[in-house]
Design a protein around this ligand. Structure first.
Ligand code: FO1
Length: 320
């Protein structure tokens, strides 16, 4: 059995722990197609937050509370950069984490595509699933905001997603998100093939707006999901009207989408009517959720441990 997971960072990483556990139970192989919209260059280093969250979490090296960066981290480089007044200081690079960015940056500058770099880094971490970036090309999520700095004639300006997320904590008037580079991006090697042979495609309970949407914004990727043989089941990132973690509520508000399991399900849409999903897993707390042309199933969605998450995956398999 072949499972493909569309995943973002922290929630996606936690979910992949359960997908891996389920795959080990039934002997399935797993490919994770991971968002690159969070990626940025900082202090001369190429940083891939979602790929790293997934790699560190599955490799056992992630800091469990933060969800990003390394366990047992130290922050000497960060302090030294601040001592030089090297901006930005609002994005903290851990010393162990810097080694990942140094290896990645030197390989990229050596001409390796991001997918090859990701494979090389994963050799050390042995995540137990194949990690693929959604694209090897530049695709960056930027937020169009008002206020807080020099703006265009209409008072609006674009800031990188990380500045929006980390510096402003999404607390700035925001008009929309744009995926810079998306129109010229191609699916990374292996992505279309994986979707073309998948028995099941899972949409992780990641942020639908800034983690899943940038994956689907890669031309040809959404089409590959729709045309693939595998059934597509999404897992709601919203339980009881609130995001499990992060700021999906702020992101959905920018799009004017209701922050609910039903709102996100309807945003993704039914595959039979040109959307994404065949099935949609929602939490029992959310009561009756209807999404046109989609089979909705209530099942516990708290990823309290790998077994609970693996049970969610089993529910997805049973649903389709
Ligand atoms: N998130 C923060 O809130 N503060 C940080 O200083 C920060 C640094 C950081 C460094 C490397 C990395 O891979 C991720 C980092 N994150 C940080 C998380 C990052 O913003 C993620 O993109 C979001 O958590 C969304 O996935």
């Amino acid at each position: 059995m072949r499972i493909v997971v569309l995943a973002g960072g922290i929630g996606g990483a936690r979910f992949l722990l359960g997908v891996r556990a389920y795959a080990r139970r039934v002997g399935a192989e797993v490919t994770a197609v991971v968002n690159v919209g969070d990626d940025l260059y900082l202090h001369g280093l190429k940083i891939c937050p979602d790929l790293d969250s997934v790699m560190y979490t599955l490799g056992g090296g992630a800091d469990p509370e933060r969800g990003w960066g390394r366990a047992d981290e130290t922050w000497t480089v960060k302090a030294e950069l601040a001592a030089y007044g090297a901006e930005p200081t609002w994005f903290g690079l851990g010393d162990r984490d810097v080694a990942t960015h140094l290896v990645r940056t030197s390989m990229i500058e050596g001409g390796y595509p991001l997918s090859a770099v990701t494979g090389a880094l994963a050799t050390r971490w042995q995540p137990g699933v194949r990690l693929l970036p959604a694209t090897d090309d530049r695709l960056e999520t930027h937020a169009i905001v008002s206020g807080g700095g020099p703006a265009g004639a209409d008072g609006q300006r674009a800031i990188h997603f990380q500045e929006w997320w980390v510096r402003h904590r999404a607390d700035i008037p925001t008009h929309r998100f744009v995926f810079v580079g998306a129109d010229a991006a191609k699916p990374a090697p292996g992505v279309v093939e994986a979707l073309g042979t998948a028995d099941l495609v899972l949409v992780a309970p990641s942020n639908p707006v800034v983690s899943i949407a940038p994956i689907l914004a890669v031309p040809g990727l959404r089409e590959a999901v729709a045309a693939g043989p595998g059934r597509v089941v999404g897992v709601s990132p919203i339980i009881g009207g609130a995001p499990v973690r992060g700021m999906a509520d702020r992101c959905l508000a920018v799009l004017g989408v209701e922050c609910s399991a039903e709102g996100v399900g309807r945003m993704y849409g039914g595959r039979r009517s040109g959307g994404l999903l065949d099935g949609w897993l929602v939490a029992p707390e959310d009561g009756t959720v209807t999404v046109p042309a989609v089979t909705v199933r209530a099942t516990p969605l708290w990823m309290t441990d790998e077994t609970a998450t693996a049970d969610m995956v089993r529910a997805a398999v049973e649903l389709v």
